[in-house]
Write a protein that binds this ligand. Sequence first.
Ligand SMILES: [Zn+2]
Length: 411
Amino acid sequence: MFINSARLQQHFEAMSEIGKIGETGTNRPAHSPEEKKAFELAASWMKDAKMKTRIDNFGNLIGTLEGKNTSLPVLMVGSHLDSQPYGGRFDGVAGVLCAIEAVKTLTENNIEHDRTIEVVSFADEEGWRFNKGLFGSKGIIGKLDPEDVERKDANGISRRQALIDFGCDPEKFKESEYKPGSIFCFLELHIEQGPVLDISNKPIGVVSGISGPLWWTVTLKGMAGHTGSVPMPLRKDALLGAAEIMIAVNEIATQVPGDPTVGSVATINVFPASRNIIAEETVFTVDLRDIDLNRRNKYEQQLRERIDSIAKKRSLEYTIREDFNSEPRYCADWIKQIIHNQCNTLNLEAPELMSGPFHDAMALSYVCDYGMIFVRCKDGISHNPLEYSSYEDLGLGAEVLYGSVLEILKK
Ligand SMILES: [Zn+2]
């Protein structure tokens, strides 16, 4: 091993003290004093690895290790240090700390390189504070919506104000954007946040891509009536219709065993929600994801047909509102190959798997090639203080990241 896993462990332990909740939990909201403290600590390690550091106007922390030829597009590596309000110690943190460790190892070994390397902790990846994520990564590529800075958090503080309080200038976003072609590629290490690696007993995975979510809000309208008197055949029961649609979502997503398709209904509102009134209206969300867009489109069509026939059978009216529709974003083959080679060098059998959740890499994928390394997490638990990855696995991940960085620097 080239990286120093004891040092890496110390960094994780020190970082987990910032915004600590309970024994193992973290609460570091975006653009908050806790995130600022996390940035200061990470920046001290970046400086120790000979990087220059800055916080840009989107609230991203960026460490730069200049190469000999500063006109080359940069190799960018990173993730995020903000957390969920009831989050763990590794989500996002793993990608930032392993990237710093990789650069520290590079400078310790006096490795010369032409290309500049940047380590970034992106602002507000998680998206819960202002109900929209990937803020910093979309910011640097010029893909923010104008309304993004006007969004308010639960306390009525706008993102604009939070950024100003953080020391950023929202009037100068343009200055913090990267010019087209100025990023060579992006590498992100992240905990898997799912159980695939844990179940297959593999510490490291190579990400094939980030699956595209399709998000709907479905409204079913029936007819209220007394649950004690309306005969069963005459009912227009919106909750019964919703129940059948939930089953349909599940059946459609699981029709080919082993495929990575996932489909969920995770929220539902019922009106009027009285135990003795037949449900007149239900509003629920559908989340359908797949790495294969053709298959997802096919399943979407199947689901539309099922909803239509269920609604007809139950005499219900329905509407489907599309809230979000993103295509899958695939990792670059040449970067996947480099990561595989590094895993082989370490005698790691690393399976390829897709990412269901989004990551900052998804934003970057619109301007450059990207690759992702997944590190096993216990039972696939994430967004929870119980989230756990072992320091052995994180060390292996950092080593794979380091080796991959060296290979990319040869390009
Ligand atoms: Zn994350």
